[in-house]
Design a protein around this ligand. Structure first.
Ligand SMILES: [Ca+2]
Ligand SMILES: [Ca+2]
Length: 274
């Protein structure tokens, strides 16, 4: 009976830990090096968590990532989409970034300037929907097409008075829209996650997931390679190697000359024997 009670308490502990993990959200690493907002994936993106979206409709192998620093947030979306619209005026093949800088957990997107939404299509069109519209004035973004879809890089300087540091928690989720028959009407969408209490992440910041700001990678990883110290430089060894070659040549020359001389002597001696 005691064993069963122990088993039960361990089971409850494990279950509560997994529930905690599910609620804990994800992390964003400090941008030790600022990514260049050009739609190309910089090395710094390797050092922060990935938010993976489900495969559905024409959307596959898609994810986002977040970096932060004292000035703002950097967001990356890598999208697999087999059906891209060339002139996507209504942004039907697009990514929606949903952010609450101060994690307001509010009904609506109007309680704080740091509550914003940013939508960008695979062809570059942007569509305002909710939250602080100023985000479109201050954001830097880039989109590039890939063989399998498109990549969006976004930088948004903070719109709230947030003083971010390691341990600060922001609210975030992301969704991807898909028009798979090219008629300009959205056919479906996928999203990363929403809170258990509220699924309407497009209406309320209370639906966003906690993202904890954490330390970034060591800056030394990105330092340019320095030249080897003088004592290790191979320059000093090279002259002696250069000198070795003539010596070797000389040795071979003398050895060959000696062999010829020996052979000649032998021939001469042979001739004399005859
Ligand atoms: Ca980049
Ligand atoms: Ca599509």
């Amino acid at each position: 009976m005691k064993k069963f009670a122990l088993f039960l308490s361990v089971l409850i502990l494990v279950m509560s830990l997994s529930v905690f993990a599910a609620d804990h959200g994800t992390t964003a690493a400090y941008a030790t090096v600022k990514p260049v907002i050009d739609g190309q994936i910089d090395e710094i993106w390797e050092y922060t968590s990935k938010q993976v979206l489900p495969d559905e409709y024409d959307i596959s192998n898609s994810y986002t990532k977040i970096l932060w620093d004292e000035s703002g947030l950097y967001l990356l979306a890598v999208v697999g989409d087999e059906s891209i619209t060339e002139n996507d005026v209504d942004a039907r093949n697009s990514v929606d970034f949903w952010v609450s800088e101060k994690n307001t957990k509010a009904m609506g997107y109007a309680t704080d300037p740091g509550d914003w939404h940013f939508c960008k299509a695979s062809d570059g069109h942007e569509i305002y929907y909710t939250g602080n519209e100023n985000v479109y004035e201050v954001a830097e973004s880039a989109v590039v097409l890939t063989d399998t879809g498109y990549i969006i890089e976004l930088y948004v300087p903070y719109l709230s008075d947030i003083k971010p540091q390691e341990g600060t928690v922001i609210g975030y989720t992301v969704s991807i829209n898909d028009d798979f028959d090219g008629d300009g009407v959205r056919d479906g969408y996928v999203f990363w996650a929403h809170s258990d209490e509220n699924e309407a992440y497009w209406e309320n910041t209370s639906a966003l997931i906690d993202v904890t700001l954490v330390a970034g990678p060591d800056p030394l990883i990105f330092a340019p390679e320095t030249e080897a110290p003088a004592e290790d430089a191979p320059a000093e060894e090279e002259p002696s190697q250069v000198q070795v070659a003539p010596q070797t040549f000389d040795m071979m020359f003398f050895a060959a000359a000696a062999a010829v001389a020996t052979a000649s002597a032998a021939i001469a001696a042979g001739k004399r024997k005859k």
